[in-house]
Design a binder for this molecule. Structure first.
Ligand code: MN
Length: 741
């Protein structure tokens, strides 16, 4: 990649580079056709620099070939401006080349249309769109990076205002993504060029500082190189040494963002040692540390723990001869390729292996988990949050993630500076985040607000029962990812709580509508909580009905009327309508009992078993008191068979007069407060008069016995009352008739 600084002027240069890694004739002719197509379409167009447009395309294709991408990507590099600048249709490209190339060019055009063409206030929105458009295919990103690199190199030809816009976008969008993809050569150049246009004074100041002592530094490096060369040659380890130029932008960051003096920047003088194997890397490190004093806290092992952009290397800083401070990077050749070309080095085009963009995209998402995150937040955020929030998420959670934390199983999770165990938990899985109750860092239980450091091993303790985040966590978490998920979960939870409140409100409205008549409320509720009934009034469930009642979107009166007039309810007839409607007179003379063969006899009902129409009855002749009517099964008359006369109810008379009769019932129930009151309320609601009440409880069995003497018309009326008690009062065990002794 030494050619970075030179401008490519001919297609032959591109072709030569392509031939260095592409041997198939069809690949070369495909690329050649793309070049010729582009040259023809852009014929007569010129860049602001005065060069023919094709020069731009030749350079873009050349950068792509340097990254050793496949023929389709190089072809798309040549064609990337044909839709935008020459009005070529996607279908035309598909016909002339193939669907893959056409789709690539279309995607790149979409990104181009978004680039630096909007006003300041829409920039966040636009940057988001650019990321979203690029996240779908890694090749689109790489083509855009190559395109942007050439545009930045020729930015001097643009008007001042446009220079600033393009430079700002490059620094905010393209450089971070190049960094995250590990394409460091492009990243560094994009940053330096951006700085040059955005903060020219600082750029040139740093450049002058660098050149002032350039000779001195060069000499120091040379001396150090020789010393190290000698050292390693003795050990018989293969190696290659090179000096490293620190980028102006990285010095700018240290000086202006971290406020260090130029002299305090340690790695101005740096050496890179490239060897063949991982083991040799560590061996070299050992020899160097034996010969020079390393500065504590400056050693970094990115071989054991690669950066999220797959970068691997050993870094150490040491005090060299004459007190000069050096940064040394030790890595293998493969690692060095990755350090320069990043993702592109990993997924270099392989001939004779059929290329599947979807498969590669998937592979990249697997290897670069941040990329998967980019894709996922891009998809998610497309619908929800604002562009500003999206850019914030990207910046914080992805581009600035530089703390590497380990799971107990050794998986590396990258988080931004200041991240806490909660950020870690949410990054592993949203559900784990919600359920977090504690964190063990390096074997010690720590507060959830603990700031994590690179190399920490974090084990999250979760709750099995609750999955609701704590509102205070919003103050603790550092990543937008965690914050957004906490907010969403709390909102869901609050909505749920709110809904429950609304349901309760609807229920209250119903109860008030029914004058807080508990028995009636129970009956109506029972009716309402029935699938068929709910269907008939178009509600999915009773809660939804209550919500509608609370919102006044349905009329409670209508619903209650329908519930009370429901056919099934009528059959149950718990609220006895005729009790309200009919007025009854008690016939004192006739009792509604037929005594065969006897016309007139004084008849009364026995008080021990209180018979009612519907009961089997017998007549008992008592001395001087006429005839007492008993139930046929009354235990008190069992021994008196001789004095019994067969009698029966006069049902015509009963039907006509609807006379009330006393009936004794006994209720056995689970003992609890308010039981008796509830039963009496129910009787009153049923319009049943209660003549006497007797109640007692069995302390050992927690059972209550309530005996009532009530007035009913007949056996079926009594049965209704008994059923009503069963269904309306909680804890009823039995309701039976009983006889007094
Ligand atoms: Mn272009």
């Amino acid at each position: 990649m030494s050619s970075r600084t030179k401008n490519i002027e001919t297609f032959d240069e591109v072709l030569a580079l392509c031939k260095s890694y592409l041997s198939k004739e069809e690949s070369i002719s495909f690329i050649t056709r793309a070049y010729e197509f582009a040259r023809e379409k852009h014929e007569g167009q010129f860049r602001k620099t005065g060069e023919p447009y094709i020069i731009h395309l030749i350079n873009v294709a050349y950068y792509l070939a340097e990254l050793q991408v496949g023929p389709s990507t190089i072809a798309a590099g040549f064609l990337h401006d044909t839709i935008e600048d020459c009005g070529v249709k996607k279908t035309e490209l598909a016909a002339a080349f193939n669907e893959d190339v056409a789709t690539l060019v279309e995607a790149v055009s979409k990104v181009s249309q978004l680039s630096y063409k909007t006003e300041e206030e829409f920039q966040a929105e636009n940057h988001r769109k650019i990321f979203i458009a690029m996240a779908k295919d890694i090749r689109v990103i790489i083509i855009k990076l190559a395109d942007r690199l050439h545009n930045m190199r020729t930015l001097y030809a643009q008007p001042l205002e446009k220079q600033k816009k393009i430079a700002k976008e490059t620094l905010e969008v393209y450089a971070p993504i190049a960094h995250r993809l590990g394409i460091n050569t492009i990243k560094s150049e994009l940053e330096d060029l951006s700085l040059k246009y955005l903060e020219a004074d600082k750029y040139y100041y740093i450049a002058s500082l660098l050149s002032q002592k350039e000779n001195e530094r060069f000499r120091t490096i040379e001396v150090m190189s020789t010393r190290i060369e000698t050292l390693l040659k003795e050990q018989n380890i293969p190696f290659k040494l090179s000096g490293r130029v620190k980028s102006i932008y990285s010095i700018y960051k240290k000086m202006y963002l971290k406020e260090r003096r130029f002299e305090e920047i340690y790695d101005l003088q740096a050496l890179r040692i490239i060897t063949d194997t991982d083991t040799h890397c560590y061996e070299i490190l050992g020899h160097i540390h034996a010969a020079y004093r390393p500065i504590p806290g400056r050693f970094k092992d990115y071989i054991a723990m690669p950066k999220p952009n797959l970068y691997q290397s050993l870094h150490t800083t040491l005090v060299g001869d004459d007190g000069n401070i050096f940064e040394i990077q030790i890595r293998t050749k493969l690692m060095d390729d990755v350090a320069e070309a990043g993702v592109a080095a990993h997924w270099r085009y392989k001939e004779n292996v059929s290329y599947d963009p979807a498969a590669e995209q998937k592979q990249i998402e697997e290897r670069l988990h941040w990329f998967r995150e980019l894709v996922s937040i891009s998809n998610e955020e497309e619908q929800s949050s604002t562009a500003k929030e999206y850019m914030e998420s990207l910046r914080k959670d992805i581009f600035e993630a530089n703390v590497y934390i380990l799971t107990p199983k050794g998986r590396v999770i990258d988080l931004p500076n200041g991240a806490t165990p909660l950020d870690f938990a949410y990054k592993i899985h949203t559900e784990i985040g919600h359920r977090t109750i504690g964190a063990v860092v390096n074997g010690v239980l720590v507060p959830l607000s603990t700031v994590l450091k690179t190399g920490d091993v974090v084990d999250i303790r979760t709750s099995k029962t609750t999955a609701i985040p704590n509102e205070d966590w919003l103050k603790i978490v550092k990543t937008n990812y965690a914050r957004n998920h906490i907010k969403k979960a709390l909102m869901r939870y609050n909505n749920q709580q709110r809904r429950e409140e609304i349901i309760a409100m609807g229920r209250n409205i119903l109860e008030e509508h029914l004058n807080n008549d508990k028995a009636l409320i129970r009956q109506v509720l029972k009716r309402m909580d029935d699938k068929k009934f709910l269907q008939s009034v178009n509600f999915e469930d009773i809660d939804t009905l209550f919500v509608a009642v609370a919102n006044k979107s349905t009329n409670i009166g209508n619903i209650v009327d329908r519930a009370l007039n429901d056919e099934d309810l009528k059959k149950e007839k718990v609220v006895t309508p005729f009790a309200k409607e009919k007025t009854r007179e008690r016939n004192a003379n006739k009792m509604g009992v037929l005594v065969p063969g006897i016309d007139s006899v004084a008849i009364s009902f026995s008080q021990c078993c209180s018979p009612i129409p519907g009961d089997k009855i017998v007549g008992y002749i008592s001395k001087g008191q006429g005839m007492k009517i008993h139930r046929a099964d009354c235990p008190n008359i069992k021994a008196e068979e001789k004095r019994l006369l067969p009698v029966e109810w006069d049902y015509d008379y009963v039907a006509e007069h609807s006379t009330l009769h006393y009936a004794d019932i006994q209720i056995r129930a689970r003992e609890r407060n308010g039981l008796l009151v509830e039963i009496l309320n129910l009787m009153s609601q049923l319009k049943v008069s209660v003549n006497s009440v007797n109640s007692y409880k069995h302390d050992t069995t927690f059972t209550a016995i309530v005996q009532l003497c009530i007035q009913v018309y007949d056996l079926s009326h009594l049965n209704e009352v008994c059923t009503a008690i069963h269904t309306n009062v909680n804890g009823i065990q039995a309701v039976t008739r009983f006889s007094r002794n």
